[in-house]
Design a protein around this ligand. Structure first.
Ligand SMILES: Nc1ncnc2c1ncn2[C@@H]1O[C@H](COP(=O)(O)OP(=O)(O)OP(=O)(O)O)[C@@H](O)[C@H]1O
Ligand SMILES: [Mg+2]
Length: 437
């Protein structure tokens, strides 16, 4: 999200006070002294928040607000109103102001109003283990330049979150971050997804389409699972990176672009090169700065802080106050987490959602069972039935979605392939429900 805040106030002292406050809260202020100038010289849509005074000589805050909304811009607007003008504030709210603040106001009042509209950024990621701490530090460092980064790691280790972190700490942070999953779509579709196409470029190209490369211009493009790209497209990608320009499918002239590239893979890309599946020249273009994310089982210190982090996030969402019991912590430490952070995240959410209390116990021990119980036992028999039904349904659904691919089903559900195999057996999911057979 952009951190730019637009301030409009004809009184210079007031504008300066607002500007200083906004900086202190951690946003980037831009000040104008009259609304007409704003409309002429900048685009209100480029800001995360607008704070405008009400009474100004050429155009009032209300008129400005109406103009902004008329242009289809729905950036939150806080109106600053003077002494005894409650009616103005009410009118402003009716006309689409997000909130108002009355003069005189304290810094704390302004801060509270802003945080109501735009909650402060949550801590974005956990890095407790030494290895993750150094990866995070490295990410912030490489963020400063435009260097091309290749993120390698097993599924669910946090490649995308690191890519986003690099973007967020880069000078491109206010520009787009665009992700393309190179594994998800067919070769033809991927080309037009990446580079766009002109109207009529092929059957079905009814309109011009802007590709992800162009959308990412001046920002960052994440090529997710880049190893899965077909050879012909690898050549086109290489050209785009080398020449810093792209060709829309069916386009007449190349389009120059400035895009920072980050790619991810959960394969060993060099061995893909050796086996002739990935272009060597492209490999060296992408692998300028490699970052390898270790699997969760090799950085066990991260497990508990991650669990606490996911619970805090879920608590906020659900208005609860979840916490981990020592027994659950113990359980988390024991598991293999082959699906890495994603598996842990899903495990925590599943456990929280079925927990009768805010203090989370291992699923096998809810309802206060004092003795270790069998693997499959969950709180009460009726609940157990429901959960098993749910689980069975979910597995069948995802198997269908993935055309019976057990590896991808396991990934989507955040469990190991072995677990999926066992569950298929255990639930007696039959041949026609499991298309892989
Ligand atoms: N260090 C971390 N702190 C907080 N959340 C994390 C961390 N690492 C991963 N996550 C969360 O775990 C999930 C998986 O992470 P992410 O999508 O970045 O993994 P990935 O390596 O891109 O996986 P895949 O290869 O399957 O695409 C996401 O929900 C992400 O937010
Ligand atoms: Mg990913």
């Amino acid at each position: 999200m952009s951190r730019n805040v637009l301030i409009i106030d004809d009184e210079v002292d007031m504008a300066v006070a607002l500007e200083e406050s906004i900086k202190r809260i951690g946003f980037r202020p831009t000040v104008f002294h009259n609304p007409a100038e704003v409309l002429a010289r900048t685009n209100p849509a480029d800001y995360a928040l607008i704070i405008t005074d009400m009474i100004m000589p050429k155009m009032t805050g209300i008129e400005f607000l109406q103009e902004v909304r008329k242009r289809g811009i729905f950036v939150p607007v806080i109106v600053v109103t003077g002494f005894g003008t409650v009616q103005n504030a009410v009118d402003a709210m009716k006309l689409g102001a997000t909130d108002y603040i009355m003069k005189p106001f304290s810094f704390e009042m302004l801060q509270a109003t802003i945080e109501r509209i735009m909650p402060p950024d949550e801590p974005d990621m956990i890095a407790e283990s030494a290895v993750m701490k150094s990866i995070l530090a490295l990410s912030r460092e490489v963020a400063k330049s435009d260097i091309t980064v290749l993120l390698t790691g097993e599924s669910g280790t946090g490649k995308e979150i690191i890519a986003r972190t690099i973007h967020r700490y880069s000078p491109r942070a206010d520009k787009p971050f665009v992700a393309v999953n190179c594994a998800a779509i067919s070769e033809n579709l991927l080309e037009s997804e990446l580079f766009g196409h002109e109207k009529g470029a092929f059957t079905g190209a009814l309109e011009r389409r802007i590709g992800k490369f162009e959308l990412a211009n001046n920002g960052t493009l994440l090529l997710d699972e880049v190893s899965e790209m077909a050879p012909a497209l690898q050549a086109k990608l290489l050209r785009a990176i080398q020449e810093r320009e792209i060709d829309r499918v069916g386009g007449k002239a190349p389009i120059p672009l400035d895009v920072r590239i980050i790619s991810t893979t959960n394969r060993d890309l060099l061995s893909e090169v050796k086996q002739g599946r990935f272009r060597e020249d492209l490999y060296y273009r992408l692998n300028v700065f490699p970052i390898v994310l270790p699997p969760l089982r090799e950085r066990r210190e991260d497990i508990e802080p991650l669990a606490v982090f996911f619970l805090a996030r879920l608590s906020r969402k659900m208005g609860r106050a979840f916490s981990l019991s020592p027994a659950l912590c113990e359980e988390l430490r024991k598991q293999a987490w082959e699906g890495n952070v994603r598996e842990l995240e899903n495990y925590i959410y599943r456990t929280a959602v079925i927990s009768p209390t805010d203090l989370l116990q291992p699923p096998t021990q809810t309802a206060g069972a004092a003795v270790p119980v069998q693997e499959d036992t969950v709180s009460s028999p009726s609940m157990l039935g429901t959960i098993r039904d749910m689980e069975r349904e979910m597995i069948i659904r995802v198997l269908k979605e993935t055309d019976g691919n057990r590896t991808r089903t396991a990934e989507k559900l955040g469990v190991s392939v072995r677990t999926i195999r066992n569950k298929i057996k255990e639930y007696g999911i039959s041949d026609d429900e499991d298309p892989e057979k």
